[in-house]
Design a protein around this ligand. Sequence first.
Ligand SMILES: [Zn+2]
Length: 413
Amino acid sequence: MKQSFLAAKTNMNAPADADCINAKLLTQAGFIKKEMAGVYSYLPLGFRVLEKIKKIIVEEMDNVGMQQTLMPALTPLENWKKTGRDNVDIAYRPTENTVLGFSHEEIVTPLIKEIMRSYKDFPKCLYQIQTKFRNEARAKSGLLRGREFIMKDAYSFHTSEEDFKQYYDKVAEAYFRVYERCGLESYKIEASGGIMSGEEKISHEYSVVTKAGEDTMVFCKKCGFAQNIEISKKRKGDDCPNCKNSLNEEKCIEVGNIFDLGSKYSDAFGFHFTDTDGKQKPVHMGCYGIGVSRLMGTIVEASHDENGIIWPQTVAPFQLHILSLRENEKAEEITSNLEEDGFEILYDDRNESPGKKFADSDLLGIPLRVVVSKRMLEKGCVELRNRKTGETQEIPTRELQKYISTYFMPIKK
Ligand SMILES: [Zn+2]
């Protein structure tokens, strides 16, 4: 895509109200625009990143047998009355009889109840990627704590606690894969109780180390042991209880949670099943969330430098950023050849100074930059720069395709 065509504009000055790195860099680079506290628009660059993150999540959730669905954001109040969550502080109530969903147990439970009656119908797990609403008193930290945000939420239904636990462990592994594929090192932390459930059931949070975190965890880099500092007796430098390695202590951001709902919601909606012995038994439920837009913000918090964002290859809006330094004819030829090979390219064809182009390129954070300049072309070369390592190489133009293939698979093939 030509950069002159792209609906995005960079700004070298940080927005005055940006209180954190992700809000600052994503706004400056033209990925998002703040509409009001905790509410953002996603511009084409930001949308591309979101779609890449969603694709990773969809692949991993489908892989553990979840089925994608889409429930409404606008939901009937009567459902929430059945669980006593009709008057929680975070609920938006646009009209007298409606709630904007902040979670979807109240919708999915009566929905699936119509489909599943016998033990033969179990287990099942439904998920969706959808916009959620929470009336946060203090919306802040860019995409980390929004009032409107994109979330993947999943709900599983089982005939026994044992079956639930087996599934829970499978999902727990899938979560690690999602974060790893997004270029993040995540830790699974034991948490106390589910969101607003008020019950002491198994539940875990996934956290990523970054300075912008609101929480602090003690963790072991060797075996993955991790606890929230608030509930842990362990401190930095103590021995890991599993492997005796010395523990670290860092600020972290929660990027997902999974928990045991027991029969709280199935009881509220009278969702029972007929077991093999002919008896009616309560359905055991699990719930699994990933904040998709929050994940995008977290990636920026975890991967940037003083010049801008450094996208991991897997979620970058484009694979290559080709910069023409007044050599548009040759740069266009290189771009169209590589696009034909299936690579995703942002091509800077703008009539801007080299300095401006380099600065914008660093800010946008596309993994590989290719500079097409007179000086390089005279040597039959282009300059290739890795955004993450800063490593720069001169590559013969005819070998560029082969060289780039060692970094990436073409996306479109
Ligand atoms: Zn350990």
